[in-house]
Design a protein around this ligand. Structure first.
Ligand code: ADP
Length: 591
């Protein structure tokens, strides 16, 4: 039932190519029928040879029948190739349309969702899952049409020649299937679920293991240090072994039975002959059936594995839906453009999908136009979430966020993106030239403009050391930029965008103090005259912020200037004390 739905859904993506899939099914079925004709001519050859024996010179139609058999076999192949051509044209169109639909849908999704799912997973779904539908539609579906047609025609043929031999040829197939169904009883679905779970557990732990490889290597450990991973492999092994043992009798019976049709035919032939001389028609039919019946085993095995193909496409479709079913943020109806650059979060509450507690609860933060505020607090306090919500990475659950007095929900997406700019901790640069990377923010910017912002963002030393200056492609052989250098280029990019509101996520660690000073200087230049919300990790950098908001467990615990907060003796004062102690340790360490 589910399979038909998937097929119908896939067909919706076929557009005008839908009829090609139907045609491919018909052609594939026709090719399966044509593939049986050579056996008819083979039968005629055997018939003629037996009739003419021992004077074989009288068997004059052998060559003709032989050519007919070859002709039908060739025709069957040609028709099958045509079927595959039709199915491929349609399958490529469908997979292409699914990819387009996924990309178009992803573009409209909240950035938060893309971050949560991970660009790697999205890429895999867009390319691999759509490719799985392609294999299904281009190959498996026409093969399934053939797999169903072949046994049906065979059964008709089996009875057409000699119903007694026909019946006996079918007997092992029926018994074989009975053995299989015994295995595939209600416990099969349960076992399959257990199998999938064991596989998923093992895969998840494998991902954890790969993530932990640096730690394992650093501490000189072995895979045994990952007890859970080893545990999942062991339990998967035990499950698969016991499942195999359970299936062994049924599988063995099935394989032996469907391949032993000839033994049943010999018994019948002996009974029919009944100890007397071998009658010509009996011999003829016997030979024909011995040649023909092995095909039944092949055809039936194909039918049996059809459900597996269905499962693969069902899995691909469910992955595709994990993106397509995510509802995009509604496009604002009013389309208001803010004229001022103050940012106000009022009683904002937010919870991540799948989260058990609120990431933010009743948070109120006011930032005047041109003012600089800092968000500080322990890890997990909600700083990154506040930053994300301002740009509508997600929608707030309660309260509101306003820019220039306008709710962000009412600001068109493009306007919002032009108004708010981010500098992330791990600024990613594309594998393109520095010029192109910076121009991403403003595609029509002149070369001089790009050079100016790079200079402002303290990138002169980077450009000088690169072989082709700003035309050097990042990521090519030998061109490597450190984290701090990448961040300075990212700052240049944001400078070019010239958005009035900035959200800066300060990097937690720099490889060298020189870089740190340069990034700090670039930040200062970038922030001039802008409304700035800074997620700060080093407290010295925010001493002069207009207001500091201390976030803990999703709430604003306290707020004020550096001096008032230190005097207040609360969480910030403690953080400040700890920070100073850590600085003095560092200084002590360098002595
Ligand atoms: P901070 O930036 O202050 O370290 P975050 O804003 O990243 O804090 O996180 C706030 C809370 O939200 C934390 O409890 C964190 O576990 C949770 N959280 C963050 N990102 C996600 C996510 N993608 N899914 C579920 N919970 C999340």
């Amino acid at each position: 039932m589910k399979k038909t739905n998937h097929l119908r859904e896939l067909m919706d993506y076929a557009g005008g190519h839908r009829h090609l899939t139907c045609l491919s099914l018909l052609l594939s079925a026709a090719s399966a029928v044509l593939a049986l004709f050579p056996f008819v001519f083979l039968f005629r050859i055997i018939q003629e040879v037996i009739a003419a024996a021992p004077d074989y010179a009288q068997a004059t139609h052998i060559v003709h029948n032989g050519w007919m058999a070859v002709g039908f076999a060739a025709l069957s192949i040609v028709v099958y190739v045509c079927a595959l051509m039709c199915s491929h044209l349609s399958a490529f169109r469908i997979a292409g349309n699914i990819r387009k639909a996924l990309m178009a849908h992803t573009a409209g999704l909240p950035l938060g969702f893309i971050g949560e799912m991970g660009s790697g997973k999205i890429r895999r779904i867009v390319s691999d899952s759509s490719a799985a539908t392609e294999t299904y539609l281009a190959h498996q579906l026409p093969d399934m049409a053939a797999a169903i047609t072949t046994p049906v025609c065979m059964i008709i043929m089996l009875f057409l020649f000699d119903w007694r031999f026909g019946l006996v040829s079918l007997l092992p197939v029926i018994l074989g299937f009975a053995a299989m169904f015994k295995m595939a009883g209600p416990s099969m679905a349960e076992d399959m679920k257990l199998y999938q779970n064991a596989l998923a557990d093992m895969n998840n732990e494998a991902v954890e293991y790969v993530r932990g490889v640096p730690v394992v290597k650093t501490f000189g450990q072995t895979v045994h240090s990952f007890k859970r991973f080893k545990g999942t492999i062991d339990s998967y092994y035990e499950f698969v072994m016991s499942y195999c043992k359970k299936c062994r009798p049924s599988m063995l019976s099935y394989t032996v039975l469907v391949n032993s049709a000839f033994a049943f035919l010999i018994v019948l032939a002996l009974i029919l002959v009944g100890g007397g001389p071998v009658a010509q028609p009996v011999l003829l039919n016997f030979i024909f059936y011995v040649i023909f019946t092995p095909l039944i085993a092949t055809a039936m095995t194909k039918v049996m594995f059809m459900s597996e193909n269905g499962m693969i496409v069902a899995d691909a479709m469910s992955r595709i839906h994990s993106i397509l079913d995510v509802v995009p943020l509604p496009e604002p109806r009013s389309g208001k453009v803010p004229t001022d650059n103050d940012v106000v979060l009022e009683n904002v509450t937010f919870r991540y999908t799948g989260g058990t507690t609120d990431a933010l609860r009743d948070v109120t933060i006011r930032v005047g136009a041109g003012e600089t505020v800092a968000l500080v607090g322990p890890s997990g306090g909600g700083k990154t979430t506040v930053a994300g919500l301002i740009s509508q990475f997600w929608d707030v659950a309660g309260g509101s966020i306003q820019i220039g007095g306008i709710n962000v929900k009412d600001i068109p997406k493009e306007t919002l993106m032009d108004t708010v700019a981010y500098v992330f901790q791990d600024s990613r640069l594309l594998k393109a030239s520095i010029l192109e990377n910076v121009r991403l923010a403003k595609p029509n910017a002149s070369r001089q403009e790009v050079e100016r912002v790079l200079h402002e963002a303290q990138c002169d030393d980077i450009i000088q050391k690169l072989p082709q200056g700003i035309d050097t492609v990042i990521g090519t052989k030998g061109v490597y930029l450190s984290g701090g250098e990448q961040q300075r280029i990212a700052i240049a990019r944001v400078m070019l965008k010239n958005a009035p509101i900035l959200i800066l996520d300060e990097a937690t660690a720099f490889a060298d103090p020189e870089n740190e000073v340069l990034v700090q200087r670039a930040f200062e230049k970038l922030s001039k005259g802008k409304t700035v919300i800074m997620i700060a990790h080093r407290l010295t950098t925010i001493k002069n912020a207009g207001c500091i908001f201390v976030l803990r467990e999703g709430r604003v615990e306290e707020s004020g200037t550096h001096d008032t907060l230190v005097a207040g003796g609360g969480l910030y004062a403690k953080m400040w004390r700890d920070y100073q102690t850590s600085i003095s340790w560092k200084v002590g360490g360098t002595k």
